[in-house]
Design a protein around this ligand. Sequence first.
Ligand code: M6R
Length: 366
Amino acid sequence: EKGGYDHFMLKEIFEQAKVVKDTLMPRLPEDQNRIVLDDIKLSKKELENINKIYIVACGTAYYAGIVGKYLLERIARVPVVAEVASEFRYRDPVIDENTLMIVLSQSGETADTLAALRLAKQGGARVIAIVNVVGSSIAREADDILYTWAGPEIAVASTKAYSAQLAAMYLLTCHIALELGRMNEEEFKELRDELYQLPRKVNRVLNKAERIKRLADKYVNSKNVFYVGRGLDYMVSMEGSLKLKEVAYVHSEPYAAGELKHGPIALIEDTTLVVGIVTQAELYDKTVSNLKEVKARNGKVLAIAVKGNTEIEKVVDDVIYIPQTHWMFSSILANIPQQLFAYYVSTALGHDVDKPRNLAKSVTVE
Ligand code: M6R
């Protein structure tokens, strides 16, 4: 049932081209200049009345949510607050009929996320659920649904569900921006063409698995790992750091690259690995100067960069390249090396990668 792979986690990582395709393609028919979201009934008029969006989830689903926050604010120009469900539900947030809540959940059963959804509905908000399990509690209670077609995820650490959640966020962002008139047809078509290419590009990153395994072997004894980036890259770094903690039990932290010198740089020494994500062209120079500061303090730097950028090789120890794409969509591609890296570090250390200690697949108690 592992389809020839050693573990479910690896099998699920390798399913991601299909998952991204299944989540995107039925919603992007070539003969229509819109996104077809069958289970979202929220009308254009209702959307126009929304003055604030909350994105609420836990763990990996939350990390997909914060990518969504960046995209929605930047493209659809609606203010978004993203928050973990266990905080949101206890802080008496401001909710009314003009609030839209987006919850994300693979299982659809996470207790805190479900409670946050109920709180939002009590306050009169509209709730869209991005959820993987059809008929789950969250799917049943939400007003609108955008299913991620990732299929069953068996490994405790979430991989393919995250990619599907990001794909869903790309769709929802374009949909809301189109409805609100903040994206024109021309711009949409350009993005859609790029989305059509994405599954193929996912496979190109997956083809680097052997190389990433060698890098995992090289850095397996790192004492501390920082994942750093700016903008969307910073959001993606959070998922990379979580994956390494969960399956490899290696201490790691995500950091906004610009914050390093406000404290954590004190921890950099020759046993520290910094994974620098540098896919966002407009922030590139800024992050690279932070990576140089790490090198100057004897830290090791592994970069995830966009193909064609050979300059970075002069600055860092190793580079994993991802294919070029629109800046919005690099999040899926940049995360795949992080998943493979965590997987190979875990297996090199001999851990039970599919069932990491202390973790449950679905957290149905708070
Ligand atoms: O089923 P959900 O997406 O609601 O689960 C949320 C988190 O519990 C989940 O993503 C968790 O963080 C995983 N261990 C991540 O690998």
